[in-house]
Design a protein around this ligand. Structure first.
Ligand SMILES: O=C(O)CCC(=O)C(=O)O
Ligand SMILES: [Fe+2]
Length: 292
């Protein structure tokens, strides 16, 4: 596969200002309302079916968020000071220069948390997410995190929403915590394969501007078969990765700015990416993957 620097990917236009505010408002729902009102719940499920993305405002409580932020902060300080007590017993630590475990399937199926530092690719390809710490199964790091993280994820409710939206019973397959600190080499617009897959993203920190590295999405792209075919043909002809959305020049994308506690849910068949961050910016997001 060639890097997307060799063959320039055509990126969508990011909506801004009023146009962005309007586009995001039409997919935003107060979390409390979808819990209380069947009508709001159905409206959210329908919006997800149609647009491939919704945002549920205020899904995590302040207490849960503060506790998660605190514990993760302390945990990272311990790792970075090279002094993690009993860490081997609770997590596999994949440091930039020392890999304990390899490959996505092994991370997903591991018997404990995996703390995976993303590094530059050996072949120099772009989109490495170098600098990101991706923690698989963060809920296994402590009993407090287990309780707090599950409180924020609302899995049963989201499973019901996905059932109504996609007419499929989906299972929780993997929980992750993305910790991005000044990650600039993020992967461009792509999909996570072509099978039915959703992710929920609970922001643990506020993401107010592009420099913070918001999640971005081309609304409706999960259903645009022709767009997918054009990308696919182009990628094949140019030896690009099959799941890159390299031909989005005529599309518009939203960047989802949100407060800690807001939950984005998206169909991963749609075109999405994390925006590159300012070198000083930090972002923490709790991720849950749902599949058949
Ligand atoms: O970091 C992000 O915001 C997006 C990451 C991504 O592409 C994914 O979780 O599938
Ligand atoms: Fe992705």
């Amino acid at each position: 596969m060639l890097s997307s620097t060799t063959i320039a990917s055509k990126q969508p236009i990011l909506l801004r200002g009023e146009a962005l505010a309007k586009a995001v408002a039409s997919i935003s729902f107060p979390f409390a309302e979808i819990v209380q009102s069947r009508r709001s719940f159905l409206a959210a499920a329908w919006a997800l079916r149609r647009h491939g993305i919704i945002c549920l405002r205020g899904a995590g409580s302040n207490q849960d968020l503060a506790s998660i932020q605190d514990e993760i902060h302390n945990f990272l300080e311990k790792i970075q000071s090279n002094n993690p007590p009993n860490l081997q017993e609770i997590a596999y630590l994949n440091l930039p220069n020392h890999r304990a475990i390899k490959g996505y399937h092994n991370f997903r199926d591991a018997d404990r948390a995996v703390i995976n530092y993303r590094v530059k690719r050996p072949d120099g390809r772009t989109g490495s997410d170098a600098g990101m710490i991706d923690i698989f199964h963060p809920e296994r790091l402590s009993s407090n995190l287990d309780r707090r993280i599950k409180n924020c994820l609302h899995e049963q409710l989201i499973q019901r929403l996905l059932l109504v939206s996609s007419l499929n019973r989906l299972q929780v397959k993997c929980r992750n915590l993305y910790l991005n600190q000044g990650v600039q080499d993020t992967r461009g617009f792509h999909c996570d394969g072509r099978s039915l897959k959703f992710k929920s993203f609970v922001y643990i920190s506020d993401v107010n501007k592009l420099d913070d590295g918001p999640y971005c999405y081309v609304k409706g792209s999960h259903r645009r078969r022709r767009l997918w075919r054009n990308n696919s043909t182009f990628n094949k002809e140019n030896q690009l990765d099959p799941f890159e959305f390299s031909q989005l020049q005529a599309s518009k994308a939203i960047s989802v700015f949100a407060k800690a506690g807001d939950m984005v849910i998206s169909s991963q068949k749609g075109a999405h990416c994390g925006h590159p961050q300012h070198p000083e910016a930090k972002r923490a997001v709790l991720v849950n993957m749902y599949q058949r």
